[in-house]
Design a protein around this ligand. Sequence first.
Ligand SMILES: [Zn+2]
Length: 105
Amino acid sequence: MTRRGHVPQRQCAGCRGRFAKGSLVRFTACPGGAVMLDPGASGEGRGAYICPNFDCFNRALKKKALERQLRAAADFAALRRDFENLIAALAKDGKEKNIRNSKRV
Ligand SMILES: [Zn+2]
């Protein structure tokens, strides 16, 4: 599916760095108009991306970057919980190392 040598880049809403799409956590707006985590990155339509770390997550929330980008309301407590679970799952999978090493372009 993904062609060799072509890695889609997305901008992190927290640090504004550009990274391979697959190394970022995707958020999307559900039809009801609330920001939610999109772990499979399969969601249609508008998406916002954040590095899988709490620095970027907190920065993005502080700036209301997700709400602005997705034009949706965000339940920060719920998002933080989902984000924590996702980070824990990534760490368990041993993917954290890969993410940490992903290079800034
Ligand atoms: Zn970031």
